[in-house]
Every structure is written in C-alpha cells, then in structure tokens.
Design a protein around this ligand. Structure first.
Ligand SMILES: Cc1cc2nc3c(=O)[nH]c(=O)nc-3n(C[C@H](O)[C@H](O)[C@H](O)COP(=O)(O)O)c2cc1C
Length: 350
C-alpha cells in the first residue's frame, strides 16, 4: 500500500473531478514551433505520457497570450486559430487517459527581447531588468512604458486566449501573475512607477491583474481560473515584499472581490519560514479556506503531511515531473524517483 494515501486520493475542485491531488507544475520547455507557436508532436506525446501515468491536474508550460508576450525560443501560443487547433490534440490526449489540464497564460513583459518579438518589449514603466534574456543570451533592454491603448490591447489578448483555451478543450486556465513577468511587473513597486490608475499604491498596481481577471471571466467560468502569484522574481533574487502580511491580504481581497477560488502560491522552498514562524502557504491559509495549491521543492512525504494538515489542497511538482513522467506511479508504489538534472533532462522531451 502506498504511504501517500491522502495525496493519491481523488478530490473535487469546483467542476474538476481530479483522480488525485498531484499537480504537474507549469514548466517551460521550449519545444513548440518557434515560428508560429504551434504545438509539436513531441509535446503531445510528453503531456499524454504524464496523463497516462495518472497525474491529477496538468498545468501547461507558460503559453503566450499575445505576440509580445514571448520570453524565449519555442514557447507555444494561444492567440491564433492555428495555435488553438494544435492544442486540441494535447487536451484530447490528456482527457483520453482521464486527466485534467489547464493552460497557463504567460506574458513576460520587459523580460522579452526584439529578437523574439520584433519590437520593443512592453512593461508598466521604462525600467530595464538586469541580466540576460533566456536562451537569447542578450542583455534585457529598456522596455516601452505601455500606453492605455497597449494595456487595453493586452487585456483583450488575455480574453482572446482564455476563449481559445475553452475552444481547445482545456478544463481551465491559470493566469501567471508571478515570478517578475508582466502582471507581476505592474504589482511590483520597483518596476511600476506609473502615475495613472495602474500605478501608485498596491491596490492600484493590482488594477492590471484585476482587469485581466474581469476580462477572462467574460469567456470562462471563474471557478475554472487559477491565479499564480509569488514574492519570488526570476530576474531579481534579492526582491522581498516590504510587508508580507499586508501584501498577501491585498491579493486575497482582490481574489475575493473578483470571485477567484483557486490560488497557486509559488515559492521555491515550501518549508521556508518567511515571516516570524510562518511559511508562505501558512500565511495565506490563515486568511484563505478555498483551494490552495502548494509548490516548491515538495516531496511526497511533505506534500502528504501538508494536505493532511489542511495547509494545502493540491501539491504541485515541477522538476520531478521533468525527470519522472511516471511520478504518480512512483508515489503509488513507494519507489524512489529519478533526481532531476538540468543538463541531462532539459534538452529533450520524454
Ligand atoms: C525548467 C523549468 C521551467 C519552468 N517554467 C515555468 C513556467 O512556464 N511557468 C511557471 O509559472 N513556472 C515555471 N517554472 C517553475 C515551476 O513551475 C515550479 O514552481 C518550480 O520548479 C518549483 O517546483 P519544484 O521544486 O517542484 O521544481 C519552471 C521551472 C523549471 C525548473
């Protein structure tokens, strides 16, 4: 018998009947057709393999909701009808094996490059990031501060891609508002110095996310929307929220106001104490009793314990899923997992 009964038992989350509480975290792999953003055969087989081996919920790799959203080579899109049709084969393959799959919508904002998008990257303000563009190996450039028209246009693209996600047969979407990408650039006081309704205090800096949520809700039920948010930023490892509890309160207020019921709170270290005696997920759970997805160097044992203690409802695994398509089988049979090694596992899909 498996040691992870709670993790492996089924659960109903709104309209999703999940066969277990194991979630495949969103993982950019860069294997889509770079020219047109269509899904490739290798990607269909990759998602199908994980569904066949029993994962409860798959959150796709970050998908571009708009042409300017691309952050590296080989990222798939969901803003053209060809891209949408190409995703149908993935959702069909996952559903055939009894899985559930949602599309992560990911706009990188200033963390793009003209070599990827053929125009100046968009951002809340003209503040460049430090570092180099992923795989492009060029320094980040100073982005263009978005005009009201560009903001409205981007929100429309989020609505369009959410609608396309429904057309492609996805069970829901996840809005990527974490890790220092476009939505998070609006929320972060260091990257947003706007003077209009999208800048200023935290509540105003959340207006871009608020408007995106309200736009996608026109085309997909709110109970099928997950929001990923985080303190951590991919381009700024030293960044910390000045007041963690207050920031988390503001997020929760926004989610309650907009009728969001599924949160994917992202950290790299699930057990790390971030304020007094509390971890990120504990700070959220104090205020939030709807669905909470945990993530961050989880293993089967601490995931099992966290779910039993009602700290989280679902447990997401990232790197373990890259190295182990049969991760759920390994949990069921108490087998050791293959350790993830970037050099070995990232250069191919299997
Ligand atoms: C290769 C790789 C690609 C990733 N791509 C994404 C992504 O597209 N979207 C996202 O929100 N997080 C992304 N992440 C973060 C993971 O979803 C996850 O939060 C992180 O790996 C921590 O979980 P783990 O310790 O189980 O790997 C990525 C991580 C890795 C290692």
């Amino acid at each position: 018998m498996s040691n992870y009964q709670e993790l492996l038992s089924p659960v109903t989350i709104n309209s999703w009947n999940l066969r277990n509480k194991v979630v495949m975290a969103p993982l950019t792999r860069g294997f889509a057709n770079d020219k047109d953003g269509k899904v490739t055969e290798a990607m269909i087989a990759y998602y199908e393999r994980r569904a066949k081996h029993g994962v409860g919920l798959i959150i796709t790799e970050g998908i571009n909701p708009a042409p300017e959203g691309k952050g590296t080579y080989g990222v798939p899109g969901l803003y053209t009808s060809e891209q949408t049709d190409s995703w149908k084969r993935v959702t069909e393959a996952v559903h055939k094996h009894g899985g559930t799959i949602i599309a992560q919508l990911w706009h990188v904002g200033r963390l793009s490059h003209p070599l990827l998008i053929h125009t100046t990257p968009l951002a809340p303000s003209e503040i460049g990031a430090n570092g180099y563009v992923h795989k492009v190996r060029q320094p980040f450039q100073v982005p263009k501060a978005m005009s009201q028209k560009e903001i409205s246009n981007t929100i429309n693209y989020f609505r369009l891609s959410a609608q396309n996600a429904v057309k492609a047969g996805f069970d829901g979407i996840e809005i990527h508002a974490a890790h220092g990408y476009l939505i998070d650039q609006f929320i972060n006081e260091k990257t947003n110095v706007r003077m209009d309704q999208y800048g200023g205090n935290l509540n105003h800096r959340m207006n871009f996310l608020r408007e995106i949520i309200n736009a996608v809700k026109e085309v997909i039920d709110s109970d099928r929307i997950s929001i990923r948010f985080s303190e951590i930023k991919d381009d700024d490892s030293s960044y910390r929220w000045k007041n963690k509890s207050k920031t988390i309160d503001a997020f929760i207020e926004l989610f309650e106001e907009t009728g969001i019921s599924i949160l994917h709170a992202s950290t790299n270290h699930f057990d790390e104490i971030i304020e007094e005696t509390q971890t990120f997920h504990q700070l959220i759970r104090n205020k939030w009793n709807r669905t909470l997805i945990g993530v961050g160097s989880l293993n089967f044992q601490n995931a099992e314990t966290a779910i039993k203690e009602n700290l989280i409802d679902l447990a997401a695994f990232g790197r373990p899923f890259i190295a182990n398509p049969d991760l759920v089988q390994k949990a069921s049979s108490n087998q050791p997992i293959i350790e993830y090694e970037a050099l070995k596992h990232l250069n191919m899909l299997y």
